[in-house]
Design a protein around this ligand. Structure first.
Ligand code: FAD
Length: 374
């Protein structure tokens, strides 16, 4: 067995009690099943999947949280073992960023910014990266403005916070000899990203927890809220119930429209900088060809009403639209914050008698959760 994916102590010679059947709890259970370790999963609600839910709407699928999974060849193999048939995102969609009050192709830089960027490419990266924020690491290459207006938007849609609040080593691959040039580090990241493929499933991302549920038949008790944890528990409940401070909020609102937003035709979506409550817009019907009507998901840091949405579309794109349907999901303190405070809070958890695994322990994404349990 490889390094443990959980933090804290577990005795694998005794039965493991997994608390929560979100994707973390299910992946943990599947790992124990493959390794012949005795376990049982307890889930407080009447379904598995936790935040992952794919609502089947007559005009397409509406996701409550994750829209897609960034997979690698190893993850695709794992999904194949689960009997899943992934669908890929549409190729060659344009990715936009809202910069200088207009829609630009990501990552847009002005001519003068490009010159400074090219000059800085051969600067050496910092060596001691442990305490650095994402902003501090990239600032010598990008400068303040591009950090705020390009780097932060790229992270906003995933972490719902700006680059100053995120620890570099938690967000970027640090398996690199730092001290070499930014150019070599970018080349290293590009090589790693070349094997990534963004996918979902024909009936939405919820097919993943359902496939795991099937494999774990007989090992899951639904409608079983655990208010105290038995000895040898692996706690896989949401970050909000575990961490005190390292949390942030995201709202995910999907709007089905009568007609396409013309300016976003052929596009994956748009990213925004931190001065806007908008974090990102996803064009669902273009990303996956399973929606019959134009469908847009807004990730925001505040709740958007239908009126707010229509006003925002009019301001951004100078287009008037009408909404057919809206589904809104609020995740108040629903995302872990990968900042300076998180390692301190994780250390405090080590003083409790339990073990923990979730999107706050070693990685926020589904890709990271899966990779840790492979
Ligand atoms: C808006 C949004 C968009 C996202 N987009 C993406 C994306 O595109 N790609 C990506 O990779 N990731 C994305 N993520 C992240 C990903 O969705 C989460 O990291 C992941 O779903 C978290 O799963 P979890 O199992 O750790 O927690 P949860 O889903 O919160 O599961 C916890 C489970 O524990 C149960 N539980 C709680 N308390 C108890 C108890 N006392 N007893 C028993 N059971 C209990 C709950 O009912 C729940 O089922 C997104 C997240 C959000 C919020």
């Amino acid at each position: 067995m490889s390094d443990s994916f959980w933090i804290g102590n577990l005795d694998l010679n005794k039965k493991v009690h997994i608390i929560g059947a979100g994707i973390s709890g299910l992946l943990a259970g599947y790992y124990f099943k493959r390794n012949n370790i005795d376990f049982h999963i307890y889930e407080s609600t009447n379904r598995v999947g936790g935040k992952l839910q794919s609502i089947q709407h007559e005009s397409g699928i509406i996701e409550t949280a994750a829209n897609s999974l960034l997979s690698t060849p190893r993850i695709l193999e794992f999904l194949d073992h689960l009997g899943l048939e992934p669908i890929s995102t549409t190729k060659k969609l344009k990715r936009y960023i809202f910069r200088k009050n207009t829609l630009k192709s990501f990552p847009y830089m002005s001519f003068s910014e490009l010159i400074i960027f090219s000059r800085n490419l051969f600067k050496k990266t910092p060596i001691n990266i442990d305490e650095l924020s994402v902003y501090e690491f990239w600032q010598p290459l990008l400068g303040d403005k591009c950090c705020d207006e390009i780097l932060t938007p790229a992270l906003n849609g995933i972490y719902a916070t700006n680059s100053k609040n995120l620890l570099f080593k938690d967000v970027f691959n640090s398996n690199f000899s730092f001290g070499k040039s930014y150019f070599s580090y970018l080349k290293f990241l590009k090589k790693q990203a070349s094997s990534f493929k963004s996918i979902s499933f024909p009936s939405g991302i919820e097919e993943l927890p359902h496939a795991l549920e099937k494999k774990l038949e007989g090992n899951i008790s639904l409608n079983t809220k655990m208010s105290t944890y038995p000895e040898n528990s692996l706690i896989c409940i949401d970050a909000k119930s575990i961490l005190k401070e390292s949390l942030t909020t995201i709202y995910s609102q999907t709007f089905i429209l009568e007609e396409n937003i013309k300016k976003l035709e052929g596009s994956f979506g748009v990213l925004f900088n931190s001065s806007s409550p908008l974090l990102g817009i996803l064009c669902n019907h273009q990303i996956f060809k399973r929606n019959t009507r134009p469908s847009y998901t807004l990730m925001t840091s505040k709740e958007f009403s239908e009126k707010d949405f229509l006003q925002c579309i009019e301001n951004l794109f100078n287009e008037k639209h009408s909404i057919i349907n809206k589904e809104a999901f609020s995740w108040v303190k629903g995302l872990p914050l990968y900042g300076q405070q998180r390692p301190i809070e994780l250390n405090e958890l080590l003083e409790t008698p339990h073990a923990y695994f979730g999107n706050y322990t070693k990685g926020i994404s589904l890709r990271s959760l899966i990779e840790q349990t492979l």
